[in-house]
Ligand binder design. Structure first.
Ligand code: ADP
Ligand code: MG
Length: 811
């Protein structure tokens, strides 16, 4: 292997590790030999031979050194460091690909004053090495980075008051000294940690409480660390809604912020930014750094043409950056946010639209024959007629398939809406035009199920189908792979096993991917790369509200199957409490006695899978021995081997089991029409979209089905959330509600998207400005697809693409 090849491979390995770490939410993954952070700090410790320029070599090692402390960093800081590393490596990879030193189409040279933004913080007065080291824990080294470190929240001291005069029902901010502070495990719930803080402000005292659910928080170590943050005498700002409690007046879910000694108390008359922090970095540290850097905000060049800015009423960039940190009023803060969010979204849309423009222009796809025998025969075989929505989507798909531009279409449709049959029509189109087609699903269970269905249909058309998963025996698999490579076999269904290097196609024309959001962009691309510009059809049963769809799929065409096949009875859903346990068990028993089957779903809640697994196993035992002793029970959980899982599901499908106790692994795709009841325990711990997904496992046959959402919660908002499911069976509406109630980061796992939190929250709050940005980007790309007339925009986009490409959105 040559020097460069070895280097490229090293970069590839780093890329994979970083991507996996980001995908999993920065948990410091354990690999086969070592933890993520160890791997990074070891690998980056010495700059490799392929890295020629000195600056990059130094940077390489600097980054490596920072991974030594990765495990101590908070999530936000970990995300920051990972993102920075990925950007850096991405740049290096690119420079390997374009060895020519001069890049005529590259960035214009930055104006000289911009260079100040790349200077280390220590260049500024008042920022010494100690402070710089603390900032580094947050991934912040340069002045520009500090300025781009936006607050995660604000404390608004305009409603500041004193303990003595506050009234129940008011939103207030209090400033007081810590008198006492305790942190202990709740005597009633060993998974709940309670933190109480007594503040005094000279006019009175108030006791505040915070609750932390989860065994992680009941460790003594965590509790001690929590208390250490609030030393006696420290000044704390507390904000929240005043309410009565048994200990007198208190604040509901108080937001607490420790003010550093010597922090400029004058500022506390205004709006004070609150930043995401790391262990050992006080709140005042970031504020001080930001203040020192703020005079240099002018060095940011605004890439947006002034005309666009004025017509949309946006602040200029330096102004927005200043205001996002220290706004003069609540309104000013909103303006800053609006501008910065606009940018994020605008450049994302520019990137997506530009990419799509290029795709359509450059790559010649396949123009399939969309009329033919196979499709006709298939329609005759089907025991049902397509719904209106299915017909419409089939037309949309066929139009794409028939055109020479490569298709990139997503079908969204609720569980059971009949996406798979639509995909089959597409696959037959490819087959009758002489191409191969592959369907990939995220789990073995789902792949197996699709396989069964395809066999059932295609065997009647005398078309062989094969399955490729991790559990298919080696000899069989070799045979299948040989047939795929030679072109004897034209249809294959499988899991990730399909994207392995050994899998080759003679003539792959169409790739279908089910539950597409469960795959990374890279994985989808790898399957596509096994053909020459094959068409891509993706499917998802997790419907996405429009704004989010625009964000995540700006470069896809989206079809919606928004109608269920006729005769389906909507699942009857009820929120129940533990006091109704007897009736719940009765309902399950009655259904089983009538010959139906049931699911009981237990949530996976804790960080420790072991605890959950134990509780799932115990619950299964208890149900089997005490409650449903007369029935045949099975247990399904994520730790089973795939053959074991398949055996349990198979038995349930064949009705050798009456009741399946399961963790959420049952969520994806298990299709047993005879199952009519699902009981979901601790329903409040799930997101609405996930509950809806789970509920989709019942109501698949002709019988009336039931979904029981068990919850002991007394929190009104949690109950209200669950009641959305009682009232609606509409996946899109539920997704929209979920987004509003929980926020998009949670809902979509968009933490990984590479978008800042601020943008994520505005997906809900500020849809108008997103639409504006989209429209602006669209008209720009139509006029000037390569942005040749807009060098500043082009440069900004190039810089941001690095980051966006690292996220799940572009790749
Ligand atoms: P999805 O993949 O969207 O969850 P499927 O394609 O698996 O849905 O369809 C769910 C079930 O409904 C399958 O058993 C399928 O055969 C059946 N089905 C699909 N379309 C129709 C239709 N138009 N009329 C009746 N049944 C249908
Ligand atoms: Mg499906």
């Amino acid at each position: 292997m040559s020097h460069t090849e070895a280097f490229a491979e090293l970069l590839q390995r780093l890329h994979r590790a970083l991507a996996a770490e980001a995908d999993r939410g920065f948990v410091n993954l354990k690999g086969s030999r070592q933890y993520f952070a160890e791997f990074l700090s070891e690998t980056l410790a010495t700059a490799p031979g392929g890295l020629e320029d000195k600056d990059s070599a130094r940077r390489w090692q600097d980054l490596g050194a920072r991974y030594a402390r990765y495990a101590d960093l908070e999530n936000a800081a970990r995300a920051h460091l990972v993102a920075e590393t990925r950007r850096f490596l991405h740049r290096i990879r690119r420079s390997l690909e374009t060895p020519a030193p001069e890049r005529p189409n590259g960035k214009p040279t930055a104006p000289p004053e911009a260079a100040i933004l790349d200077q280390p913080m220590t260049k500024l007065g008042g920022i010494g090495p100690k402070l710089a080291a603390q900032l580094e824990k947050l991934g912040l080294t340069t002045i520009g980075q500090v300025l781009r470190y936006y607050p995660r929240d604000y404390l608004d001291y305009s409603n500041r008051t004193t303990i003595k005069v506050c009234q129940p029902g008011e939103m207030v901010t209090l400033l007081g000294q810590v008198r006492r502070c305790r942190c202990f495990t709740s005597p009633r719930n060993h998974k709940l940690s309670i933190f109480t803080l007594t503040l005094g402000d000279g006019t009175g005292q108030m006791q505040l409480s915070q609750f932390f659910a989860g065994t992680r928080f009941t460790h003594r170590g965590w509790q001690e660390a929590q208390m250490k943050q609030y030393p006696r005498g420290a000044t704390v700002a507390a904000s929240g809604l005043v309410k009565r409690s048994t200990t007198g007046l208190t604040l509901q879910e108080p937001q607490l912020e420790v003010l550093d000694e010597g922090e400029d108390l004058q500022n506390l008359t205004k709006i004070v930014p609150v930043y995401a922090l790391a262990e050992g970095v006080g709140a005042g540290v970031v504020r001080r750094a930001v203040k020192a850097a703020l005079p240099f905000a002018n060095a940011f060049t605004d890439p947006l043409p002034a005309a666009v800015r004025t017509s949309l009423g946006l602040l200029d960039l330096p102004g927005a950056i200043r205001a996002v940190h220290y706004p003069e009023s609540a309104e000013h803060k909103l303006q800053a946010r609006r501008r910065l969010v606009f940018d994020e979204f605008f450049f994302l849309q520019l990137g997506l639209l530009q990419r799509r423009h290029r795709q359509k222009r450059q790559s010649a796809g396949i123009a399939f024959r969309t009329r033919g025998e196979l499709i006709e025969q298939f329609y005759k075989l089907l025991p049902f007629a397509f719904t209106g929505a299915q017909k419409r989507v089939v037309e949309e798909v066929l139009a794409d398939l028939g055109s020479p531009e490569p298709m990139n279409r997503l079908i969204q449709g609720d569980v059971g809406s009949g996406k798979t049959v639509v995909a089959v029509v597409a696959m037959l189109t490819a087959l009758q035009s002489g191409y191969q087609t592959a369907l990939m699903a995220p789990t073995e269970v789902l792949a197996e199920q699709h396989y069964q269905k395809l066999v059932q249909w295609l065997s009647q058309l005398h078309l062989p189908v094969e399955l490729v998963t991790g559990s298919v025996r080696a000899a069989r698999r070799r045979d299948v792979l040989r047939q795929l490579a030679s072109g004897e076999l034209n249809v294959v269904v499988g899991t990730h096993a399909l994207i392995q290097d050994g899998v080759q196609f003679a003539n792959l024309g169409l790739v279908v991917i089910d539950e597409q959001h469960r795959f990374g962009v890279g994985q989808r691309a790898r399957l596509q790369n096994k053909g020459r510009n094959p068409d891509l059809l993706t499917m998802t049963a997790t419907p996405i509200p429009r704004t989010l769809a625009l964000t995540l799929h700006g470069d896809l065409d989206v079809s919606q199957i928004d109608e269920l096949p006729p005769g389906r009875k909507p699942v009857r859903t009820t929120v129940v409490t533990p006091s109704e346990r007897t009736q719940v068990n009765e309902l399950i028993r009655r259904q089983i006695l009538e010959g139906r089957q049931a699911y009981i779903v237990l949530p996976l809640i804790e960080e420790s899978e072991k605890v959950d697994l134990r509780s799932a196993i115990e619950e299964h035992e208890r149900l089997k021995e005490k409650i449903f002793a007369e029935f045949r029970l099975g247990l399904l959980h994520g730790r089973l081997k795939s053959e074991e899982k398949e055996a349990v599901i198979g038995a349930f499908r064949r009705h050798e089991l009456d009741l399946l106790v399961s963790t959420t692994v049952v969520e994806v795709g298990v299709d047993v029409p005879n199952a009519t009841v699902m009981l979901i325990e601790h329903a409040e711990r799930f997101g609405l979209a996930q509950l809806h997904q789970l509920r989709g496992r019942v109501g698949r046959g002709a019988n009336q089905s039931f979904c029981l959402l068990m919850s002991a919660t007394k929190t009104e908002s949690a109950l209200q959330r669950l009641r959305v499911l009682e009232q609606s069976n509409d996946g899109f509406l539920i997704a929209e509600m979920d987004l509003r109630l929980r926020g998009p980061g949670e809902v979509m796992g968009t933490r990984q998207s590479g978008l800042p939190d601020m943008v994520l929250s505005s997906l809900v709050e500020d849809q108008d400005s997103l639409e504006l940005a989209r429209r602006e980007a669209q008209s720009l790309i139509e006029r000037d697809p390569e942005l040749t007339a807009h060098p500043l925009l082009r440069a900004e986009l190039a810089g941001r693409l690095d980051r966006l490409m690292d996220g799940a959105i572009l790749n």
